[in-house]
Design a binder for this molecule. Sequence first.
Ligand code: PAF
Length: 299
Amino acid sequence: MIAATGVAMVQSADIMILAQTISDARTERDKLGRMALVPTMGALHAGHLSLIELARKHAPKVAVSIFVNPTQFGPREDFNKYPRPIEDDLAKCRDAGVDLVFNPPVEQMYLPNFFPEVHLDIPNLSNVLEGRIRPNHFKGVCQVVAKLFNIIRPDVACFGQKDYQQYLVIRAMADALNWPTEIVPGQTLREPDGLAMSSRNQYLSANERERGLSISRALFAARDEFAKGIRQTNRLLATAQNILLDPGNQGRVPLSIDYVAAVDAQTLKDIQVVSTPTLIAVAARVGKTRLIDNVMLIP
Ligand code: PAF
């Protein structure tokens, strides 16, 4: 059953509460005890469902937030076209046994008298990689995650490692501010052919999807070289770049690289030789769709 203010859908003996206002979310959360939160922007796929499963291992009650947060999108990004299949998302949450869904409208989260300049920033972690290409992205992410944490007060929150930098930034924010929420990373889920699952994959045409596969192929090739003993990141990155820019692929659908980087997995600083856990990260545009992915190298 989905119980919201005035709406109920019967499915099983379990009740899933749908809260659309902050005050309802707070009231319902208070009834639920230890809770793990999976923050999402909706368009849920198997990757999100695996985070819900992970959340369940950490707490008896699971909440999912579904909110396409305007403050983390740049002016020329896909905020308006971002998919919002809310009925489908609610059904997936209900089937996954979620206890509370928080799905506020934008005006609940950002009241007219909201101070947009109130930000949390962790420049060392958030100005590199994604932050260099999307300048205010992490300010928006930290802002909304802080708001979600203050509303839901989760004991645990789960974030996928496809957005590894986001996970690290949020973990640092929670640590720095002594928030009691434990930040737990979840593995990247992939399609059988290797493409990292993402809500944005649905923008891709068949040709673009095929072209987008070169991102995971490039990362896997770098990982294979590392497994064979190569430690110089310039060699690993050259291997990845050659696959991404293979002229045999370029003709059909263009792919443009935003970055291919090898960074220390804790500091996100560029590294030359892999001697500590290292993230190889790629961001690229295939047609109009921007995709990111990464692999971790553990020496
Ligand atoms: O990863 C996402 O879906 C979003 O960045 C998040 C964490 C839900 C904040 O809007």
